[in-house]
Ligand binder design. Structure first.
Ligand code: FAD
Length: 470
């Protein structure tokens, strides 16, 4: 395809800036339009997650654009979940039995800034800030923008337009409102929203609690999590219902009530947050939802990517990783040498949509796992067994979490099907007493247990195949 063509990308967030960089590397003429000011010059973090968990699928995309070494210094490894109970007791539950498998806490702003810096190094990539897309005419491949500094509207013409403008995508809205083709769209809100809080560093600038973990205070109906930042602070996120339960966002309206809630459920976290009340009332409460839609493209003119095509709830730590993987997968399709954009877009959506649907569903599952199941005895027994399998037979077993997070060459859909089958097999056999946990198991017994789990898993997968699920 002709590289002299002009590609307009709307939204210079994580996906858009990576895509601009990759298409720039491939030699295309790219214009990237972002509605906000340049985040490298102005602090615009308020109301968005300040740090994120970057894992292997995201790192694979960084390798594709040659940025792995530049991203590493921005990362803080998190080896497992640090579970905090009501009394403040903690236990570290590793993410994997293989030591080299961990996730990384990374600053959204620093990562986005790095991608913009690298994209801008290419003469064929031009980035404009303060340009808000209002709508897209997908038949004429033009987009209407407002310059947010002058308030003046203008129209931008392109050969193709790719919208990476996030969960509230303006182009997706144009697809929906245009009613020019059969466009399916669903948006499912969670009953829970989120609010960001903070553990500041101590007087020496050090971390106030253990650094290399994702801290979780799971309380069944709600939870608090904390991820470390490079400056010694933690970003703390409260996930809570808007209007259900004794304590919810709608009724936490006074300082006394917020303190009562935290001292009852998150006592040890409260001790690290003298700033709690100010943060609680200054920081916004935001909703969480899942967006699915199809098709993602209109003929060979326009395409949705990243959250604009498939926003998910954040509980698997995979939204950004999936959006980065979009770019890796799109790049693979470009390598196939299709004759025109319509064929490229079709091939991309065909191979990708089943996987983004799968991670959307897995992310909802993990919401329940993180806030409640992690504290249940049968769940912990399953994890103990899985850790032992991964440690003792590293080439033979990967848990669902490992398949999703550390096996970037296994598709999300395959990870979901196999992971769910394994979970079912282990939990059923544990409750029937067919297998037991590792504490007293010899290596031979553990081997025997793994063989049983494998056989039961294959039987479940076979049932799924017969039922047409695979
Ligand atoms: P965005 O990052 O939303 O970028 C969209 C860009 O488009 C923005 O720069 C925006 O300003 C711009 N824009 C929007 N509208 C317009 C317009 N009309 N015109 C021009 N520009 C526009 N993912 C993980 O992988 N790991 C995590 O740990 C994780 N934690 C999360 C925690 C929370 C609380 C939340 C809410 C999300 C989390 N995610 C996580 C998900 C992740 O943030 C998103 O999946 C990711 O940001 C998607 O990237 P994107 O570029 O598609 O969209």
């Amino acid at each position: 395809m002709n590289k002299q063509q002009n590609i307009l990308i709307i939204g210079a967030g994580l996906c858009g800036s990576l895509l601009a960089l990759r298409l720039g590397q491939r030699g295309y003429n790219v214009t990237l339009m972002e509605m906000r000011p340049d985040l490298r010059k102005v602090d615009i973090s308020v109301g968005r997650s300040i740090n994120l968990a970057l894992s292997d699928r995201g790192i694979k995309a960084m390798q594709l654009v040659g940025l792995e070494e530049k991203v590493k210094p921005l990362c803080i490894p998190m080896n497992g979940r640090m579970l905090h109970d009501l009394e403040g007791n903690t236990v570290l539950a590793p993410y994997s039995g293989r030591e080299h498998e961990y996730i990384n806490s990374i600053s959204r702003g620093l990562l986005n800034g790095l991608l913009l810096d690298e994209a801008e190094k290419h003469d064929n990539v031009v980035i404009h800030f303060n340009k808000k897309c209002e709508s897209v005419d997908f038949e004429s491949t033009t987009a209407l923008f407002t310059d947010t500094e002058t308030n003046k509207p203008f129209v931008e013409d392109a050969d193709i337009i790719i919208a990476t403008d996030g969960a509230g995508s303006a182009m997706r809205n144009s697809y929906y409102l245009g009613k020019k083709f059969l466009f399916s769209f669903s948006q499912d809100w969670l009953s829970h929203g989120y609010k960001e809080l903070c553990f500041l560093p101590n007087e020496n600038g050090d971390y106030k609690t253990y650094t290399n973990a994702l801290h979780i205070w799971g309380r069944e109906a709600f939870m608090l999590i904390a991820l470390p930042n490079l400056d010694g602070s933690f970003t703390v996120t409260l996930f809570l219902s808007f209007d259900e339960g004794e304590y919810n966002f709608n009724n936490l309206t006074t300082k006394e009530r917020v303190l009562e809630f935290f001292s009852k459920y998150f006592k040890d976290a409260l001790e690290l947050m003298p700033n709690l009340v100010d943060d609680f009332f200054e920081n916004p409460t935001s909703p969480l939802g899942t967006v699915k839609c199809s098709p993602w493209h209109y003929k060979g003119n326009t395409l949705l990517m990243g959250d604009a095509a498939h926003a998910i709830v954040p509980f698997y730590g995979q939204g950004m990783n999936a959006s980065f993987e979009d770019v890796t997968e799109f790049d693979k399709i470009l390598d196939q040498g299709h004759p025109d954009w319509e064929t490229v877009f079709k091939a991309y959506e065909k191979s990708r949509k089943k996987d983004t649907d799968a991670i959307a569903d897995l992310a909802i599952d993990n919401f329940h796992e993180m806030k409640g199941h992690v504290n249940h005895a049968n769940f912990r027994e399953k994890r103990t067994l899985e850790m032992a399998f991964e440690k003792n037979f590293p080439n033979e077993y990967s848990s669902k979490y490992s398949l999703v997070t550390f096996n970037e060459d296994v598709s999300y859909r395959d990870a979901m099907l196999r992971g769910r089958a394994q979970d079912k097999a282990i939990l059923n056999m544990l409750s029937d007493g067919d297998i037991t946990t590792v504490n007293n198991l010899t290596n031979d017994q553990l081997r025997n247990t793994l063989d049983k789990v494998k056989t039961a898993t294959e039987a479940i997968l076979e049932d799924d195949r017969i039922a047409g699920l695979k």
